[in-house]
Ligand binder design. Structure first.
Ligand code: PLP
Length: 394
């Protein structure tokens, strides 16, 4: 069977395939320590579970619902956004999506024509490039320098801007680096985008996970002009530990939002009603569990960062946000006789039974991604195994 050219060009998600490899070994009875996870390791809070159960029992979850999302959820998104960032979107400026991932997919589908360029600062989250290509756009990778905390600047952006540049993706807080842009940095980028009529896709899915006194700033908080230039993507996966429920959303220009609702209507019809009722409770209900989970991540970060930074050959600044460490292991690789970070990561899994993700999936060849979305014992044992593995090889 001949696959379409589109399908032939598609790369599988490197983060999901790392997890699959780790699970395969686990199924064979191997004691694998998994530091490759891209999701909180907590069960969804009880009040959210209860809201879902209620929507099943009262029959509301039984039927198709609006393609743009149930009105209750759109209202809860608008209210949460207003409380968090001080701006009130209208009902026709919000659409509910099958996770932030499909939100991004649909944005690229409705915004890009063949050959349109999208600037993607690198390291970048694995799915941007493939989703852009699926929409026949061209991802233009721009190195976000490690010396600048893996953040891009207007000077960098100017180097790659052409008359085909249509979009810029900014992911703050960042997966995989944990980088967090300041208000001044976002304003400079926002003003550049307005000036050159480049639209910004702001992936703010990790916005609630910020540590040690750092503050997350949303594009929504900036000037009206900058906000109008942005499509803000968010969701309940990371903040409320709801990755399995698949609810994300987009805020922005109403024509684009309508096009996405139409695309939903012809593809998924609507996001699962039960998940939408759960998400209403997540966004409109008590927020204490968000803070509890955030504090747990913060404690883990503070505990494991020094251990990872002290690994032989590793260089790592302490990240302010998300739940990843993205150490530079170039010297470690040299020390241990590896040319290629992916070989190192593969051997780490098969020989030391620790799963991490190769930086190559995120566009860099000198890094690995470790997630601290695992219990502290697993993380510390994992780091210990990495240390022993390096000591054995060097
Ligand atoms: N954006 C980034 C940067 C992510 O890391 C992820 C998930 O890993 C997503 C979007 C997608 O999240 P969701 O579970 O809402 O689809």
């Amino acid at each position: 069977m001949n696959l379409s050219k589109r399908a032939q060009r598609l790369e599988p998600s490197v983060t999901l395939s790392s997890a699959a490899k780790a699970n395969e070994l686990k199924a064979q009875g191997v004691d694998v320590l998994n530091l490759s996870l891209g999701q909180p390791d907590f069960v969804t809070p009880k009040n959210i579970q209860q809201a879902a159960i209620q929507s099943i029992e009262n029959g509301k979850a039984s039927f198709y619902v609006a393609s743009a999302g149930i009105p209750e959820l759109k209202k809860a998104i608008i209210q949460r956004t207003k409380e968090d960032f001080g701006f009130e979107y209208q009902m026709n400026e919000v659409v509910v999506s099958e996770g932030a991932k499909f939100a991004l997919y649909t944005l690229f589908q409705v915004l890009l024509d063949a050959g349109d360029e999208v600037i993607v600062p690198s390291p970048y989250w694995v799915s941007y490039s493939e989703q852009i290509k699926l929409a026949e756009g061209v991802p233009v990778f721009l190195e976000a320098k490690e010396s600048n905390g893996f953040k891009t600047t207007v000077a960098d952006l100017e180097q790659v801007r052409t008359d085909k540049t249509k979009l810029l993706v900014i992911n703050s807080p960042s997966n995989p680096t944990g980088a967090l842009y300041t208000q001044e940095e976002l304003e400079a980028i926002g003003e550049w985008a307005v000036q050159h009529d480049v639209h910004i896709i702001a992936d703010e899915i990790y916005g609630k996970l910020v540590y040690n006194g750092n503050r997350f700033v949303s594009f929504i908080e900036l000037s009206d002009e900058i906000r109008r230039q942005c499509f803000v993507v968010n969701g309940v996966s990371k903040a409320y530990s709801m990755t399995g429920w698949r609810i994300g959303y987009i805020l922005g220009n109403k024509e684009v939002i309508k096009a996405i609702a139409d695309l939903n209507s012809q593809s998924i019809s609507n996001c699962a009603a039960v998940s939408q009722y759960a998400a209403v409770e997540a966004l409109a209900g008590p927020q204490d569990s968000v803070e509890e989970m955030r504090r747990t991540f913060e404690e883990r970060l503070n505990r494991v960062y020094p251990q990872v930074a002290a690994l032989p050959g590793v260089s790592l600044e302490k990240p302010p946000s998300a739940f990843y460490l993205y150490p530079n292991v170039r010297e470690t690789l040299t020390m241990c006789g590896y040319e290629n970070v992916t070989d190192f990561v593969n051997d780490l899994l098969t020989e030391a039974h620790v799963a991490v993700v190769t930086g190559e999936g995120f566009g860099t060849s000198d890094h690995i991604r470790l997630s601290y979305a695992a219990d502290i014992e697993t993380i510390e044992r994992g780091v210990e195994r990495i240390k022993n593995f390096i000591d054995k090889k060097r």
